[in-house]
Design a protein around this ligand. Structure first.
Ligand code: TMP
Length: 239
């Protein structure tokens, strides 16, 4: 597969064209940002970990019937994916109150929610990814009703599968962010990444944070946490 022109550079990944118009190469960087790019840094080795973790989890989800953009891991940092038109929504599923949910609703971080919940933000850095509801998304023409239904159904199924998987690794899946895309025929597939950048993952025994909150909140041990969570995943996949 030929790596062609760079099409886009985001905060954590670059996207390249290939010789197949339906396929792209995603290249994972070690760059990390938080608070809509206000905080910047580097997490050594993050790109390799996020690439491999996201691919492993997308493969697992494919096996469980969730369509994804994943095609093939090319090397440590590069993955071949299907070209999609990204639905401009950040889809967040939560099992336990943390982060912005804990703050907005005045619940202490760590409170187990009575049922898993979902929320949507408008993916728009200039506006700071504002929260919106499904009616807002319809009114703005960001997705159709049918697409929103499919995305919601997939998001909760993904939560069920990932929560069970991480539980077997001794890790609690607190919350995570997903993005979906449309294939040329309109099929909705899971896109972007699933990694410690986009999930809150807590060691079940100790509560230790094994995700990007260590960077966001200056907790230290950032690289070690990424290595630890990747080690847990690899050990489980080897079983
Ligand atoms: P929040 O509690 O800050 O709203 O974050 C919810 C989840 O979404 C958490 O797992 C981190 C993830 N997330 C992203 O992947 N990208 C983002 O830009 C933000 C704000 C959160």
């Amino acid at each position: 597969m030929v790596k062609g022109a760079q099409l886009y550079e985001g905060k954590a990944k670059k996207v390249f064209a290939t010789d197949d118009p339906e396929l792209l190469i995603v290249s994972y960087k070690d760059d990390a940002t938080a608070f809509n790019g206000l905080k910047k840094g580097t997490i050594a080795g993050k790109g390799v970990i996020n690439n491999k973790m996201s691919n492993a989890l997308m493969k697992l989800l494919e096996e469980r019937g969730i369509p994804t953009h994943y095609v093939k891991e090319l090397d440590d940092r590069n993955t071949l994916v299907k070209k999609v038109q990204i639905v401009p929504l950040e889809v967040i599923v939560r099992n336990i109150a943390a982060g912005s949910f804990a703050k907005h609703y005045g619940v202490s971080e760590g409170t187990i929610l009575k049922v898993p919940t979902i929320e949507f933000s408008y993916k728009n850095d200039e506006l700071g990814d504002p929260l919106l509801n499904m009616y807002h998304a319809l009114a703005l023409g960001l997705a159709t009703e049918e697409e929103l239904d499919t995305i919601t159904e997939y998001a909760f199924r993904i939560n069920f599968e990932l929560r069970s998987f991480w539980a077997e690794c001794g890790v609690t899946l607190v919350d995570f962010k997903l993005e979906f895309g449309r294939l040329p025929d309109g099929t909705i597939v899971l896109a972007d990444e699933i990694s410690p950048d986009t999930c809150r993952l807590w060691d079940t025994e100790t509560g230790r944070k094994l995700d990007k909150d260590r960077f966001r909140r200056d907790l230290g041990g950032v690289e070690e946490a990424y290595q630890e969570i990747m080690g847990r995943l690899e050990a489980k996949l080897k079983e």
